[in-house]
Design a protein around this ligand. Structure first.
Ligand code: SF4
Ligand code: SF4
Length: 159
């Protein structure tokens, strides 16, 4: 387990700067071990357009979680429930675009493409949970998937 990765995750816990409002995209795309909820399925407690039905009693993993938009690390107009994609940083040089599969939002458009290209120009590869990969210079798919697997293992240990 990489200690520096854990510390990065802990530091970001309290760095949320934006109000989630009624967004529940992370409730769909994220795993919640407490409920045996897998990625890409709605949580039994989420209320579409309103938030969490057990807000004050939600598990710690939910309380600790903030996507890149909520942390203020993505453009203001990239709020997940508006743009249809949630940004989550995998590593310093890989960003994931997570698209809730059961929503009809047309997430792939000029705005998201432009932002993915901007990240790529900054040396950050972009991967989506729909299978798209945009490789930054010096990256290959093997490197990117290795990092994603490694981070997933670390997150499971932390959870
Ligand atoms: S996806 Fe981001 S903005 Fe939406 S509820 Fe989760 S943390 Fe908040
Ligand atoms: S418990 Fe609440 S915050 Fe956690 S995933 Fe479910 S709806 Fe979202």
């Amino acid at each position: 387990m990489a200690l520096d990765t854990i510390l990065v995750k802990e530091i970001t816990i309290n760095s949320d700067t934006r109000d989630c409002g009624g967004c529940t995209v992370c409730c769909t795309v994220s795993r919640v071990p407490e409920f045996n909820k897998l990625e890409n399925q709605d949580c039994v407690h989420q209320i579409e357009g309103k938030g969490c039905g057990i807000h004050t009693k939600r598990p710690m993993v939910c309380k600790k979680y903030f996507c890149e938009w909520a942390k203020g690390n993505a453009p203001e107009d990239f709020k997940p429930d508006k743009v249809g994609v949630m940004l989550e940083r995998v590593t310093d040089d890989i960003m994931s675009f997570l698209i809730p599969p059961n929503r009809k939002t047309n997430w792939y458009n000029q705005k998201t493409e432009d932002y993915a290209q901007l990240l790529k120009s900054q040396g950050i590869s972009v991967v989506t949970n729909t299978g798209k990969v945009l490789l930054a210079e010096g990256h290959d798919t093997e490197y990117v998937w290795e990092q994603i697997e490694k981070q997933a293992r670390i997150n499971r240990i932390i959870d």
